[in-house]
Design a protein around this ligand. Structure first.
Ligand SMILES: [Zn+2]
Ligand SMILES: [Zn+2]
Length: 372
């Protein structure tokens, strides 16, 4: 999922001059309706698949058809309803399930990768993802961080109090089980779909192995959660982050300029043009966010990561951000803090392993607001 609790307050094109091409999709998004199944170009179909109990409401799955077979990108969240949505898309595209040769996920969030298992069993298709996404599979992360104990130590070092609403009602630390891949992809790889010229573009940030797919024949970029027209994707520091996720994300955004002419086919919201402009707007958004973190640290006496998260601007009141959203918000605050520490702007200090980190500024903030 994008998981971002912080969406810009108003609709496109406020967050950069994007041109909406999925007009029916945007109408549906605004009316809170389910968007239509659409043929985007010959051999490319957009199929909305339900996400249960989530403000995003659906994932836009894409069907890539060729005479040699078909590849399904991001089959969606695992529910019977989602499966029915997907089957309706197949029907509209005249695609029999046994013609699906491959499944590719832009990343392993459950709103993208959830149905891969069921689709693979129904079709015999291989499942592919980027090699850096493999250890980000929830079952593997769970093991890497040491299960619930590892998760709790993350809460402790971030300064999260016990009753902090990190879990929704009936929710607890749990690990989704999703399909392991059959094929690992790398940047620049051509898709195994004879008759189509589609390549993998590695865009780490939202997750370590997030990919986009570029269709050279129709100049389309399937952007997954990397680029959405209005929502700013969540970029969070996770317990298994090796590289700085925010640094990676900013680099992946800068690299988008080479696809400036392409139409963006995102996994949520609606299709658009203006990939370079949207990327620049997101880079600027994260610059503003970094400055906001510095201002909060300057105004408080050695705050914890948790205290910074609480004081950041979110698109809804903090009390309404609960469960998964709250964990994503904390991870996003931490990604910015880690980025600023790397940039030499912040220090994270901790008295003991049982206590939280406290944050200090390296340089005093210029009173004229020149914390940049
Ligand atoms: Zn996601
Ligand atoms: Zn998503």
């Amino acid at each position: 999922m994008t998981g971002t609790p912080r969406a810009p307050a108003r609709d496109a094109p406020r967050a950069g001059p994007v041109t909406v091409t999925g007009l029916a999709q945007r109408r549906a998004w605004r009316a809170r309706e389910f968007p239509p199944i659409e043929q985007v170009t010959p051999g490319v179909w957009s199929v909305p698949v339900t996400i249960p109990d989530n403000p995003l409401r659906y994932t836009l799955c894409y069907l890539l058809l060729a005479d040699s077979g078909a590849v399904v990108v991001d089959p969606g969240w695992e529910t019977d309803r989602g499966w029915a949505d997907l089957r309706r898309g197949f029907e509209a595209a005249g695609l029999a399930a046994d013609r699906v040769t491959g499944i590719i996920v832009t990343h392993v969030h459950p709103d993208h990768h959830g149905l891969s298992q069921r689709l693979s069993e129904a079709s015999g298709a291989w499942i592919a993802m980027h090699s850096a996404e493999l250890e980000y599979l929830p079952s593997r992360i769970g093991e890497l961080i040491g299960g619930a104990d590892g998760f709790r130590s993350w809460l402790v070092r971030s300064g999260v109090p016990d009753d902090a609403g990190m879990f929704g009602a009936g929710e607890d630390f749990r690990i989704f089980s999703m399909a392991e891949p059959d094929v690992l992809l790398d940047d620049g790889d051509a898709l195994d779909l004879p008759g189509r010229r589609i390549r993998v573009v590695w865009t780490p940030g939202h997750t370590p192995g997030h990919i986009c797919l570029h269709d050279a024949d129709y100049d389309l970029l399937l952007t997954g959660d990397h680029l959405l027209p209005r929502i700013s994707p969540n970029v969070g520091l996770t317990p298994v982050s090796r590289d700085s996720p925010l640094t990676s994300y900013l680099e992946s955004l800068r690299a988008m300029h080479r696809y400036g002419s392409a139409e963006a086919l995102p996994a949520h919201e609606y299709r658009f043009r203006g990939i370079a402009e949207r990327s620049d707007a997101l880079i600027e958004h994260h610059g503003d966010r970094a400055r906001e973190v510095l201002d909060i640290v300057a105004a408080m006496d050695q705050p914890t990561i948790w205290e910074v998260a609480q004081n950041l601007t979110w698109s809804r009141p903090w009390d309404e951000i609960t469960g998964y959203m709250r964990r994503a918000a904390l991870a996003e605050a931490e990604a910015h803090i880690e980025y600023l520490e790397r940039e030499g702007r912040l220090i994270m200090r901790r008295d003991s392993e049982q206590g939280p980190y406290r944050l200090l500024l390296v340089a005093p903030v210029d009173p004229r607001g020149a914390a940049r």
